[in-house]
Design a protein around this ligand. Sequence first.
Ligand code: ARG
Length: 457
Amino acid sequence: MAKMWAGRTDGATDKLADDFNSSIRFDCKMYRQDITGSMAHAAMLGAQGIITAAEAETLIDGLQGILDDLDSGALAFDMECEDIHMFVEQVLTTRLGDVGKKLHTARSRNDQVALDLRMYLRDEIADITALIRDLLEALVEQAEAYKDAIMPGYTHLQRAQPVTFGHHLMAYAMMLLRDLDRLADCRRRMNQSPIGCCALAGTTYATDRRFEAARLGFDDICRNSLDGVSDRDFCAELMAALSILMMHLSRFSEEIILWSSWEFKFVELSDSFTTGSSIMPQKKNPDMAELVRGKTGRVYGDLLALLTTLKGLPLAYNKDMQEDKESVFDACETVRMCLGVFVGMIRTMTPNTANMKRAAQTGFINATDLADYMVKKGLPFRSAYKISGQIVAACIREGKVLEELSLEEYKSYSDLFEEDVFTAIDLANCVATRISEGGTSVASVEAQITYVKEMLA
Ligand code: ARG
């Protein structure tokens, strides 16, 4: 096919070179942004008198027709085209004749592709944000229902202190709030318009970049034309934010996988979000959580691929930058899929509070409370810590838990012990008295839930 850029060369490239060079198979995703951007560009050219008002109108109508036809399926992408930008311009020129050839005045594919990508990713951020909000709502719902379900809290994966399931879930809610914030922040810097930077140096035409930026919903324009066409920070930032989000989902997945095991059985995943084994009839596998954990590596890889592509590039545009799209598209799509199943998996997950309680009853997770009891009666913490540790060691030797010792046995360690020690080490009491802000008491978890709801409102 004759190249639109045939001029200096005859544009007759080798078939292998064409296939290698072409990006339409993945940048066709951005057709809506490409066409909308071109409509704003035509309007600006018309408003500035660079083309006539009638020509601008013809171009805009023609572009609208292409958009409608692509939406309806009446028009299919021509995979022989080099990229989506060339495809749209080619169809436009076929349909409109010479006036179609005026669209690319005061523009380059370099600022055009940067514009399209920013617009496309803005929409992705909106979709991903909505999914994170869904997940937060699912978490808040489960946390509310299980705000008093006692389970062991862990450090080093060793039972540490009692917490509630609601409290544990709200920890993930806080991570997701930060993810939302990071995405909003990333969008803020992304939302600057590169159109009008042209190939690299700006243009001699009397363009109005702010007209286009405002029409396309940008808050500002890229202030340096070389930077405008070279900058892919917005892709890297987005993928960094998505990598952190995936890291959160992956940690959560790991816990869900553990909790679903026979060793824990803290939760039962719904049949609709698990799979069976082709050989072992008894199996119910947490594949969704495992895949989310697995796909985390893939999103990290997408980020690293782009950073590596960019690291040696001189200003301004280089063709290497065409490699930005597959990574960032893959990262967004992967994250959307992961969030989608995650929401369903969390909503339909049934906690097993009896098993959590049972696990909480062994492992001496009230040993800190035993020490605190003595501290409140006047003993320095370090001394109380030591006595509590000696009592735990004795219990382990005798196969007992702290609740099973008699008051006499307690008194043999310290005469500070009285009948109220049993209240102090009661697990429900241990949770109820952790009233510090952010702590595990029901009131504190309720405050966390309220906070998240306020942030979502
Ligand atoms: N397909 C190209 C890309 O994705 C569009 C920009 C091409 N610019 C150029 N000067 N060849 O980066």
